[in-house]
Design a protein around this ligand. Sequence first.
Ligand code: IPM
Ligand code: MG
Length: 363
Amino acid sequence: MKTYKIGSIPGDGIGPEVAREGLKVLETVARLEDFDYELVDYPYSGDHYLKTKELVPERVIDEWRTLDAVLLGAIGHPDVEPGLVERSVILGLRFRLDMYVNLRPIKLYSEHLCPLKNKTPADIDFVVVRENTEGMYSQIGGHLKKGTPDEVALVNGVYTWKGCERASRYAFELARKRGTARGEGGRKPQVTLVDKDNAIRPHDIWDRSFAYVASDFPDVQTDHAYVDACCMWMIKNPEWFDVIVTTNLFGDIITDLGAMIQGGMGIAASGNIHPGRTSMFEPIHGSAPKHAGKNVACPLGMISAVSMMLDFLGEEQAAARIEDAVAHLLKSRAIPSADTRSGISTPDMGDMVVNRIQEVAQT
Ligand code: IPM
Ligand code: MG
């Protein structure tokens, strides 16, 4: 039997509450699909930092490289300096393990979850490939004369040919894999490059590396949008998108917008991927301290992240079992919304997904 080594970082706030449900679902599909896994628990979080002053030590980064995948709940604590633990854990994983793609599907399962007028699941089904190791997140920069009236703050946006090219290549391969039948008349697969190269001229490294990759994919259509226009199209005509490739910061921003049109932060999931190496899967929501400890958080984002992890590991059937269950529960309105107002507690919602998976397996 195949055994996967999976790191688990429940983290802060609602993180541990949703992570528990994700693991419950993982256990269910592992039994059905006959694979095994070993969980390695990591305590890193804002909470852990307040108690111990410990961030992620170097030896743990090395240990992470030996895992097949990592599941992360959420990181962020109101009493810790903003971003300190996030940079150590989330960016530590992404940067140090070179997880160069942040894959963020934006898929509407049921019309009633969408705040846009007259948009249906046929209209909202695209994927954002967010470059995940450079851009404005490079951490290169700092302050001069901090705390004085002459203070200067500098941050460098770093874009390497290698970083842009590999993100684009991943996007084109994904578009090809997603297939051809999109929308009316079955349009060709399409990759849209989203940047801001009118105002930020060095962004043209994205255009040139994108065009270079595109020449290897004559079967994939290309498109380009400035990030501001992209936000507009995501609301006005989300059906135009198939795969988007974009910078680290723009990807961060447009996927919160994407989460809203697919039903809210409670359902959006992501994978931090380096093909063939340790990759990390997490809901895109944060630790939501105001909801912590109440068991009202929606675990569907976390549960969908588990599905993405299994797909990455090659357990496609297990992944599909989870996705189908989530889609069914939302479509049938057994789960009326993917937020704190669903009226269903976090563990009950996890149980509903488990039960649905088991029901389908028995028929
Ligand atoms: C995300 C988050 C992170 C990011 C934060 C917590 C550093 O917003 O995963 O989208 O900016 O990437
Ligand atoms: Mg974000």
